[in-house]
Design a protein around this ligand. Structure first.
Ligand SMILES: [Zn+2]
Length: 607
């Protein structure tokens, strides 16, 4: 078995320190020095005034516009869609550092278990093997011609690492065993299947075109095999089963390649199939992704929310595609993502359209002409209704009014109400009145929902840029000082008297930082960033580390911050007690209510 060597933390630190982040970023962004830092136009979101900054003293970057940030490795991962190890390799190559051969390095920042590591290795190896079979062997030739006939170029085959699984029952199984993988790992990978009778196992993918599926760091984690000609008995696409390294609902096809473009455009195109993604990519439209043939999961939505404000839905133009657009659109819209619906002329699939008319026309005639989700819904609701029939017409108008009442923009509301009034020769006033009724109902049910589901608190969402309360600023200031001074961590821990920070993300940074210093590391933001796994926490760290602070934290300043943090804790406690008091009162337990009232009084005194 080919063993993949891991890089030691020391070596990674050394490689990071060997490159200047300003030099590396300068190759992608025009930077201008202003004071201590450099500024430029952010490569991750469209902007006209520079809000992207690079701090050479801390060796980090941060965008005040979109919140992107990190060290030199994160920059390369984001902009080039590299995995962590690939980013390390790229820097090592630049600076001429010698690193151990990483031929089948699975380039995963830190696979959790030995089993996962082996699964990554197996998929990586098999990916190369399938690709080799397609491109270089006689058996693969038929599949190669098939792809060529379908307009998939050599370039696309290489970029997307498309491969071929031979029509044998045990070829791949034998290959993997020869390479030293244990039977249990091969079985766990889902590459082989147990036969229904007996213990016999055989290759899952036979005589299929193989599309490797990558996780968002670019590791091959699964395969999707497509038949070339189907006799109706075989499914058109066959996917790897879920494994410890592959969860369908967590992955978008092509996400790791599309990410830089997605971040730049603040938008993505959601396709139905791999072929659409591949065709679009090679026609120059690089922010296309697709689910693994499933509908959008909660995790998918979370990923999109972190990365885009707009999603263009570009599904097939058949009935199933229209239904899928409606469902996905509603889900995305409910989660605050702006939805656009593209429709493709002549009942074509995106892939077919691009092959017939090219990428440029796809951009101008399909993507650029996407309609708002509201106008998509209008035509969706109209489907199958005979508007000449009075009953159906009224039903349609009612449904449309309900949709309009969900719009948040008054201008949009007005626009669609007028459109409706014109089309059916109705009084605009009457429609407005009816719409208002629906709006009120809407608000009521929304408020009910919010009572049941506590609102998720996000401290660093793009949309909330209000003035932060004092305790938030205090926690940030404390963290900012702790990033520069390890001794402070212990001092602040003591001062907080076993209390935590109010903001969960701040507490997470605090905990990471304590662990980081405990391992004997010294203050170094850039190094610390590699210590953190969570992307959004990383961003928050870069943001906090760029707060302008004095070198020294004075005693009064420190005490003031601590006081703010603890005060907020007490305020929350008081609120909770007030609630208990009301409960006690309403259940006529006046003794209890009085006792709680006293406790509240005591707490208030300490504020
Ligand atoms: Zn930005």
């Amino acid at each position: 078995m080919i063993m993949s060597e891991r890089l030691s933390d020391e070596l990674i630190d050394e490689i990071r320190a060997s490159a200047d982040i300003v030099d590396v970023i300068s190759e992608y962004v025009q930077l201008k020095k202003k004071g201590r830092n450099y500024f430029g136009l952010c490569p991750f979101h469209g902007e006209n005034t520079p809000s992207f900054s690079v701090a050479p003293d801390k060796q980090i970057f941060h965008c005040f516009g979109c919140g992107a940030g990190g060290n030199v490795f994160s920059f390369l991962m984001d902009i080039d869609g590299l995995s962590f190890i690939e980013a390390v390799q790229k820097i090592a190559e630049r600076t001429g550092k010698d690193i151990p051969a990483l031929s089948v390095q699975t380039d995963h920042a830190s696979p959790k278990t030995e089993k996962e590591k082996q699964l990554f290795d197996l998929h990586e190896l098999l990916n190369k093997f399938y690709h080799h079979l397609l491109v270089n062997t006689k058996e693969g030739q038929k599949a190669y011609l098939y792809l060529e006939n379908r307009g998939i170029s050599k370039d696309a085959i290489d970029t997307f690492q498309i491969g071929y699984a031979p029509g044998s029952w045990d070829f791949v199984k034998n290959y993997l065993e020869k390479k030293g993988f244990s039977h249990s790992i091969i079985e766990e990978s889902g590459i082989i299947v147990k036969s229904t009778q007996g213990d016999r196992t055989f290759d899952r993918f036979r005589n299929r075109i193989m599309f490797p599926i990558h996780d968002h760091s670019g590791n091959t984690v699964a395969f999707s095999g497509r038949v070339m000609e189907t006799d109706g008995n075989e499914p058109k696409f066959l996917n790897s089963p879920e494994t410890p390294i592959f969860k369908k609902g967590n992955i978008f096809y092509n996400f790791h390649r599309a990410r830089p473009e997605i971040r730049k455009k603040d938008a993505c195109i959601l396709f139905e199939g791999y072929a659409d993604v591949i065709s679009a990519f090679h026609a120059g439209i690089k922010h296309g992704i697709a689910t693994m043939g499933t509908s959008l999961s909660d995790e998918h939505i979370k990923i999109l929310k972190r990365n885009v404000s707009t999603a263009v839905l570009c599904f097939d133009s058949d009935d199933a595609g229209v239904e899928a657009t409606y469902r996905a659109g509603r889900l995305l819209e409910a989660n605050g993502i702006t939805v656009l619906a593209a429709s493709i002329p002549n009942q074509l699939d995106p892939d077919e359209f691009i092959r017939q008319y090219g990428g440029e026309r796809f951009q101008t005639e399909v993507v650029d002409r996407s309609q708002t989700f509201m106008s998509f819904k209008l035509s969706y609701l109209r489907r199958g209704k005979n508007l000449m029939n009075e009953g159906e017409r009224l039903l349609y108008i009612e449904e449309v009014l309900k949709e309009i009442s969900k719009q948040s923009s008054a201008i949009e509301k007005d626009h669609y109400l007028r459109q409706l009034a014109n089309e059916f020769s109705l009084s605009l006033e009457a429609l407005k009145e009816q719409e208002k009724q629906y709006s009120i109902q809407q608000d009521k049910s929304l408020r009910k929902q919010q009572k049941v589901m506590p609102q998720q608190i996000s401290t660093f969402s793009k949309k909330e840029k209000k003035l932060a309360p004092a305790y938030v600023t205090a926690e940030k200031m404390l963290l900012s000082h702790m990033l520069q001074n390890d001794q402070l961590v212990w001092e602040i821990q003591k001062l907080l008297q076993n209390q935590t920070f109010n903001i969960d993300e701040h507490q997470a940074i605090f905990t990471y930082l304590a662990a980081y210093y405990e391992e004997g590391n010294s203050p170094d933001v850039s190094q610390f960033l590699d210590f953190i796994k969570d992307q959004s926490i990383k961003r928050l760290v870069t943001e906090i580390s760029l707060i302008q602070i004095q070198e020294e934290l004075t005693e009064p300043e420190l005490n003031d911050y601590i006081m703010q943090v603890l005060k907020q804790k007490k305020l929350l406690m008081i609120k909770e007690k007030e609630r208990e008091e009301r409960e006690a009162e309403s259940s006529k337990d006046y003794v209890k209510a009085a006792r709680i009232a006293m406790e509240i009084l005591q707490l208030r005194k300490t504020l």
